[in-house]
Design a protein around this ligand. Sequence first.
Ligand code: ADP
Length: 595
Amino acid sequence: MTGHPTELQQRPAHPSEWYDSSREALQTIAEGVTGMAGFGVAVISVARDDNHLEVMAVAGSEDAHEQLLGNRTPIDRLLREIAHADEWGLLRFVPHERLDFDENDTWGWVPDITPIEDPDAWHPLDLLIAPLYDEQGVLRGTLAIDLPEDGRRPGEAQRQLLQRYAEMAGRAVVTAIERETLSHQVRLAAAAREVVRHASSQLRIESIISDVHQALIEGFQARGMWIQTLDEDGHGSGIVRSVEGIEVSLSAELRTIAEAAARRAWEGQRVVIVQRGRDFGGAISVEDGETILAFLDKIGIGSLLFVPLGAGPECLGNLVLTRTEDDAGWSTFEQTAALDIGHDLGRAILNARTFEREHQLVEELQALDTYKSQLIATVSHELKNPLTAIMGHLEMLETSPDLTGTTRGSLMVMERATQRLAKVIDDLLLLSKVGDPDNPVIATPVDMRQVVEEAVELSSVASDRKAIEVTVEAPAEPVVALGDHDELDRVCTNLVSNAVKYTPEGGHVVVHLEARDDQVLLSVTDDGLGISTEDQQRLFQEFFRSSNPEAVAQPGTGLGLAIVQRIVQRHGGRIDVESQLGKGSIFRVLLPLGG
Ligand code: ADP
């Protein structure tokens, strides 16, 4: 058997993964050649990529089987050798004397025979091979034959038999390749589905990468992979996994090269293959390519498929799939599938990035909110003491016997103003207390009928003055809520006093109380000013006061409803409002039923 110099032959560490049945079909044909056509050795090779043939079936000599299975031969080398062959139908015969043979070359496998004395004797270096082309004229494989049993170059009858085997081998090779391609496409499609599934259900970039890792390795039959994601400034780091799954980190130089290459590749919507002796296709300069190749040598990688990740016009990173020198090349189909996956992963990264940004924003807002609450609490405390001193002194002055009428009037104004100030500070202190998660409710059973009664009593001066009729609808038996008495009292007081405050003279207020399922319902209805839909949205915000001039005319701080809402919420309850401007309002509070 003539072969090819060993330096051109590559024996993969892992022979290409093919279905056993595909291999068996080829093996049967090879065995037919040795068994029926009278040859000692038959070898069928298959084109695994555009450049190489790989030996898939060897029949005959054990020695040949051992040495040849899995070997790779460059296609161009074979074509050069058969360029000066005799054409015997599908077969090509190159007698040893015509071979481009160099004494220093070691040959793949040369039978250990001495040619017989005959002008037609078979020489160990004779080459008899059938290149197998598909219907489009693409070379898909070869059938090589060696060691004729009679020691002679084949005659007409033998050639015809070999021709038939070559035809059979041609069909079998094409079918096997189609089958393998199909199964590979199915695997790739499965990988792509996995990517989409995981990527759309995960919101953290790290989780997306670790979820899709296995699917990509299997789908692409890659040895390893890594993903580098770019941050908003276009820079990023990556998790790198080498052949054995070891994590290695990319140097700053490699990261920079990859960032720029990813952007160029995304712009051109193409993938880049980095492999020794291959053109990098413009996305990577020759110098940068060399840096990458040196790195690949270090981690035992022969070639990589560099896939840009992005969404819309924005490049978001890159995915790198690696193979060793012995693995097959990256097919066009794989390159297209990889680019598609680059789009899916890109979208997922964009989602994750948006999620992370929102998450960060929420955290910042929470921090701001805490700061605001602390500020309010501190300032209110600091104001409280001097204000108490002022109030004490005002009271003292008012009792002084030698006050003129004007001074007394001024003192009264000062006292009213100070009381209003004290009310704001008390409300602020209460607001920060009921908004503090470190200060939970100490709940006890509270009969809400009593709370309602007290609230109505407290508003009676104001309601009497405005001739507002306040009606209480409550059952005869206790309606018990679980909570803090003073806080629930505050809820009730604020709602009833608002109803009275924002209802003109002669109006009506109804306070309704009942136990419903496992809840206490408290509602306060009035036929007063009402609240516009727009104002209802912001009603429970601190310091919010209505845009309605009639409402603003009433004294108030805009803290009452904010306090009510926080108290209700920290009791595990709910509050809502229904209102129509000019018609009236109804505030409904639901609280957990106690006892
Ligand atoms: P304050 O009464 O001190 O202004 P609140 O937080 O209690 O603050 O109420 C906020 C705003 O909601 C009020 O300024 C008022 O415009 C409106 N409001 C509250 N209760 C009623 C009601 N029953 N009818 C009409 N408007 C109301």
